[in-house]
Write a protein that binds this ligand. Sequence first.
Ligand code: FES
Ligand code: MG
Length: 578
Amino acid sequence: MPKKTKESLRSARWFAPDDLRSFGHRSRAMQMGYGPEDWAGKPVIAIINTWSDINPCHTHFKQRVEDVKRGIFQAGGFPLELPAISLAEQYVKPTTMLYRNMLAMETEELIRSHPVDGAVLMGGCDKTTPGLVMGALSAGLPFVYLPAGPMLRGNWKGKVLGSGSDAWKYWDERRAGKLSEAQWLEVEGGIARSHGTCMTMGTAATMMGIAEVLGLTLSGASSIPAADASHPRMAAACGRRIVEMVWEDLTPAKVLNKTSFLNAINAAMAMGCSTNAIIHLIAMSRRAGAACTVTLDDFDSASRKVPVIANIRPSGDQYLMEDFYYAGGMPALLKQMGSHLNPSAMTITGKTIGENIQDAQVHNEDVIRPLNKAIYQEGALAVLKGNIAPGGAVIKPSACAEKFLKHTGPALVFDSYPEMKKAVEDENLDVTENHILVLRNAGPKGGPGMPEWGMLPIPVKLVKQGVRDMLRLSDARMSGTSYGACILHASPEAYIGGPLALVKTGDLITVDVPNRKIHLEISDEELNQRKAKWVAPAPKYERGYGWMFSRHILQAEDGCDFDFLETSFGKPVPEPDI
Ligand code: FES
Ligand code: MG
C-alpha cells in the first residue's frame, strides 16, 4: 500500500497550491520547457551529482545521470539534477577531508531547500560517499546511493597495477634508481586506464561497499566496475527504485539502526578496509541518531572476531576490485561472512539484507575466501591506546610486516610535513630501521583536515639498504591504498596539545598490537612537565571556511564531523517556509 499520496508529496507544497507563490514555481518550471504533466502528482527526485571536469573517478557521471533520469521517468517521477562539490581525491588540497563536511552540508541543504521528495546520490571517490550520505541522513528524505564503481585493473607490460599501492611501490623502485624516466611514464599511463574510483580496497571501494552493507544502495551496486555495461543499467534501476521509495515513504530512519552499522563494521573488517572507514562510519552513525552511534571500541571488538576474507590489495596480495566483482562482489562477500552478518537489517530495496543476498554465490574462493581460509585471521584494524594516544590510535596490522606488531624503538620526530619530506631525502639522516618516525601537527585541526600523510616515506638512506617497512606514528590519516606499519589518528592531536606534541626525538616508544597498547616510555611527571611548557601554535586561519572548520571540527574518534552538524546538537531543523 502506498504510504504517500499525490497530495501529501513534499514537492506538492511548491507546485500544487492555487496561490501566487506557487504560480511562480509553476511558471518558472514552464520557462524550462516543462508542463504540468511533468510535475503534477509526481515524486520530484533530486539527483545530487558530484561530477566535475577534474574528477577522473566520476567522469562517467555526466552520462550516468541521464541513465538515472531514464529510470526516474520510467517509474513516473520527475528528475532534477543538482550538482554538488566533486571532491576529487588527487587534486583537492590540502586534503579532500577538509571539505567532506562541506559536501555534507551542501547535500543536506540542497535537499532541504528544493522542492524534492527523494534523492539519488552520485558519489564514489573517497570522501564523496560519507559526505553525501551524512548530508542526506540529516535531510531525512528517502534516498538511494549510486556508487561510481571501481576502474578497471591497471596494466604495465602485462603486470597488473593497483591504484595507490603500486604507485608507492614503484616510486620506491624509482627512488632506488631501478626505473628509468620512460618506464615511469609508462607506469603513469597504465595505472589508471578507465573511469571509476581506485580499484584497490582503498577508501573509495571500502566506503562504497559500506554504503551497500548499510542498506543504502541496490544490492550488488557497489562492486560493479564503472566501465561495465551493468553500471548504467544499475543507474537506471536506482532511478526507478527511488520513485517507489517515495511512495513507500521509506526514509533512512526506517532503514538504519544499530544493527546496520554493526554489520557495516563487520563487513569492513572482512573487506580488509581502509583505516578511513573508521572515521567516516563513526560520523555517519552519529548523523543517523543516538541509537545508531558506533565507537572505536565497536571496531576493535569486531576486528578481534572477523577475519579478512576479501583477498584484495593492499591487504591481499594479488586481486583488485574487478576480480572481486567477477567473484560475486559484495553480496557474495556478505554471504561468505556467515554469522558475522545479521541478516535482519533493513535496506532501501524494502527487503532485509539477508533477503537481498539469499541467492548470492561466490564464483572464486581465492578472491572471496571462506572464513576458514581467511587471508588474515584477526581483523583488518586494531585500536591502540596509551599515554601517547589516550583517545586512541589506529593501525592496519593486515597490511604491515609482522615484526612491527611488538616493537620498542627511539622516536624520530617531525613537527611538520615539509620538515619530514626534506629529512627523509637526506642521505645522512641519523636513522635506523628500528626508529619510529613521528609526524605531528597533521590532525583534524593541525593538518588542517587530517591529510593522508600517515604513510611517511621510508628515509631514502634506508630504502637503498633494502628497507621497505618501518614503524610510523602520526595524528594524520593515510590513504586506504597505503600499507606498512603506520599508526594513525593519534588522539588528541598534537596541534591542540595532545601528548603526541610532547614526544622528543630519542624517546622510546613501545608498540604492542596484540595487547592494543602504545606507550611513550617516560614518567607521568616528565610528561606533565613537558605539558606545562607546551605553547599552543598560532591559529592557521583568520577568516573563511578554514576558520569555521578549526572551531567546529571534532577529533578522529568522534568522526571529524562539525559539532553543530551532529544530530544531537540543538533542535531539529524545521522545513523551509514556502
Ligand atoms: Fe578517486 Fe581514489 S582518487 S577514488
Ligand atoms: Mg584514497
